[in-house]
Design a protein around this ligand. Structure first.
Ligand code: MTE
Length: 332
C-alpha cells in the first residue's frame, strides 16, 4: 500500500510545474507553518490544516478567512473532510448551469464586490448591510457540517461564518414575523442561466423564524479557512445542515421577514417533490427516489458502501425539538 505523508504529497517532482507559482508558494508556507507547530497553528486555520492532513490538498487559492473553532453544540463533526477540490468542482448553482461542473467553470463572472444585503420586512430595524460590515458583525467561527443533497450525495465541509441569529437579533424581528425569506442575486449580465426556464429567478429559499434563529443555521462567508469560492455562493450564503442542500441559498442579496410561509424556488418548480421543510429524512422518499442512503463524495471507489442517511442529517439531538408533534410525512 502506498502511504502518502503530507510532505511527499507536495514534493512530487512535477508539483511546481502543474501548480501556479503563487499557489505553490502558499502551500509551502502552509507546510512550514505546520512544521512550526503551535506558532504555525495560529496562522494556518484549523480547517486548512485538516484539509491538508486528510486529503493532501490545502486550499491556498483565495483570501484567508479564519474562524475560531465553534463551541455551538453539534457544529463540528469529526468525520473526514471532503477534499477541497471535490467541494469546489461538484456544485449546484443553477444560475451558472445545471451540470455539476458548470459552476466551477462559469462562476468566475460573478462580481462579489461591491455587495450589499438588504434586511427588510417585519423588523424594527430594517437596513442594508455592506458585505464588509456584515463580515465583522460577529466573530467568525469554523463549523464542520455534513451537507446532504436531495440528489443522494453528501459532503463534509469546514465552513467559516457565524450564526444567522447574530444578524437577526440586531434587526429586531417584530412579533408578527414568523418566516425568513432569502433572495439571491439574479443578474443576467454575469449569470448565464438567469433568464433560462430552469427555475423562476431569483432563486429564493425560506425558513421558519425559529429554524433561522437556531444556532446551527450559519451565515457563511468562507470555507476551508478562506473566503467562499464563487461557485460555492460567494460572498455570503446560508448553510442549514439538517436540511437538504437546496435550502442553503447562495450569494444572498436580501433577507426578508414575513408572516406567511414564503414560496421557494424548488417548491414553485415542483411542489409535490420539494416541500417547504425539506428536512433530511430517510423515511420520506422523494417521489422519484429513496432518501434512505447517500454517497459521500470522495468515497466513490469500487468497494465503497453507501451510507445510511440519518434523520435530520444526524443533527436530531440539536434540532429535533423544533418539529415536535409535527407529521414529518405531511410537512416534508
Ligand atoms: N443557491 C442558489 N442561489 N442557486 C442554486 O442553484 N443550489 C442549491 C444550494 N444553493 C443553489 C443554491 C443546492 S441544490 C445545493 S445541493 C447547494 O446549494 C449546493 O451547495 P455547494 O455547491 O456549495 O455544495
Amino acid at each position: 500500500m502506498l502511504i502518502r505523508n503530507h510532505e511527499s504529497a507536495f514534493d512530487h517532482p512535477h508539483a511546481s510545474e502543474i501548480t501556479p507559482p503563487a499557489v505553490y508558494a502558499q502551500r509551502r508556507a502552509l507546510l512550514r507553518q505546520l512544521a512550526g507547530g503551535a506558532a504555525g497553528a495560529a496562522l494556518a486555520s484549523w480547517a486548512g490544516r485538516q484539509a491538508l492532513a486528510q486529503t493532501g490538498q490545502a486550499p491556498g487559492r483565495l483570501a484567508a478567512l479564519a474562524g475560531q473553532r465553534s463551541s455551538v453544540a453539534g457544529a463540528v463533526t469529526v468525520e473526514k473532510i471532503t477534499a477541497y477540490q471535490d467541494a469546489t468542482s461538484y456544485n449546484n448553482f443553477y444560475e451558472f448551469g445545471t451540470d455539476k461542473a458548470d459552476p466551477a467553470r462559469n462562476a468566475h463572472t460573478l462580481k462579489t464586490r461591491p455587495w450589499t444585503v438588504e434586511v427588510e420586512g417585519l423588523v424594527n430595524k430594517p437596513r442594508r448591510f455592506d458585505i464588509e460590515e456584515l463580515l465583522k458583525l460577529s466573530a467568525q467561527e469554523e463549523r464542520i457540517y455534513r451537507l446532504r443533497c436531495v440528489e443522494g450525495w453528501s459532503m463534509v465541509i469546514p465552513w467559516v461564518g457565524y450564526s444567522l441569529a447574530e444578524l437577526i437579533k440586531r434587526v429586531e424581528p417584530q412579533g408578527s414575523a414568523k418566516y425568513v425569506e432569502f433572495v439571491t442575486l439574479a443578474d443576467k449580465a454575469t449569470m448565464p442561466y438567469v433568464g433560462s426556464r430552469v427555475l423562476d429567478w431569483p432563486y429564493t429559499e425560506g425558513l421558519r423564524l425559529d429554524e433561522a434563529m437556531h444556532p446551527l443555521t450559519l451565515l457563511a462567508f468562507g470555507m476551508y479557512g478562506e473566503v467562499l469560492p464563487n461557485q460555492n455562493g460567494a460572498p455570503v450564503r446560508i448553510v442549514v445542515p439538517w436540511k437538504y442542500g437546496f435550502k442553503s441559498a447562495k450569494s444572498i442579496v436580501k433577507i426578508r421577514f414575513t408572516d406567511k410561509e414564503p414560496a421557494t424556488a424548488w417548491n414553485k418548480a415542483a411542489r409535490h417533490e420539494y416541500g417547504f421543510y425539506s428536512n433530511v429524512n430517510p423515511d420520506v422518499a422523494h417521489p422519484r427516489w429513496s432518501q434512505a442512503t447517500e454517497r459521500r463524495i470522495g468515497e466513490d471507489g469500487l468497494f465503497s458502501r453507501k451510507r445510511k442517511t440519518l434523520l435530520f442529517n444526524g443533527y436530531e439531538a440539536q434540532v429535533g425539538q423544533l418539529y415536535a408533534g409535527m407529521d414529518l410525512k405531511k410537512f416534508y
